[in-house]
Design a protein around this ligand. Sequence first.
Ligand code: NDP
Length: 295
Amino acid sequence: MNAGLSLSGRTRLTAIFGDPVEHSLSPAMHNRAYATLGMDRAYVAFRVAPADLPAAVRAIPPLGILGVNLTVPHKEAAVALMDTLSAEAQLLGAINCVVNRDGRLHGDNTDARGLEQDLREAGLDLAGKRALIIGAGGAAASAILAVIRLGAEAIALCNRTLGRAQELARRFEHYVGDARRATRLEVAGLQALTIPATWASCALVINATSLGLGGDPFPPLAYEATPSDCCFYDLIYARAPTPFLAPALAMGRVARDGAGMLANQGALAFELFNGIAPPRGLMRATLMAALGRST
Ligand code: NDP
């Protein structure tokens, strides 16, 4: 897969820290880009246990590592270990990128921009419309930001733990996206998902929970109550339609998983780490091939 990549005494590293991390498709995406562009760089995956995160982050400058992606469970814990944070990382309270700026560590988050780009590429227009987001973790925070930037009028935020959803909604109370119009956030527990009125006028429904990972079934949801042009988006990506998307597809609804978001956040990270424009098409094609897809 990484044909053409060769290491030298001058090779500079980029990496991902996660636990687990073995399943990550990021090394394939980034290494293919380095090999194709003829760059003396490599991207490796490090399994870092939560207790070892501070030591691993402190090692980034002395090892000359240019940048590191963070995945589960490090995105929130790493915030306190940064010297500086982007405005977006501060708002989200989580980072997925550590950029080594001459020994000072800058935290950024490309998840929301990655999702926003993917929704735009899907041709979704949310201006004046309503979206439903299920979940209230870090991924849901990115989803809220993306949906606000797409101009949604209202977001229904449903989560198992109601207090967590309320806290997340409070974080966006004063945020106004590019639409320069406040998006209304309505918070509810998961029981609201069995009520057809919750779904009735939604242009977009996003699963931002980890439900369905590993093929676990999704509880019965009122899919049929959505308008026929409603788009279903699962942040989880897989080779086959996820348990959240399968019923939507069976009903003829537009359904998209998080592979496009992953490709986009990876391309944005590549630019942050290497300071050059990413080969976006190539990175996306590499990811899709790894998932057994043609596009
Ligand atoms: P968190 O652990 O921060 O949040 C998990 C969310 O899932 C919470 O809302 C939690 O509810 C909910 N949840 C977990 N188990 C259950 C259950 N049994 N029943 C109901 N709700 C449940 O995870 P993240 O926000 O970081 O990630 C969520 C998903 O998004 C992951 O699957 C991840 O793979 C995906 N993701 C995809 C990306 C991409 O690029 N495509 C990028 C980032 C994430 P509660 O608050 O009640 O615990």
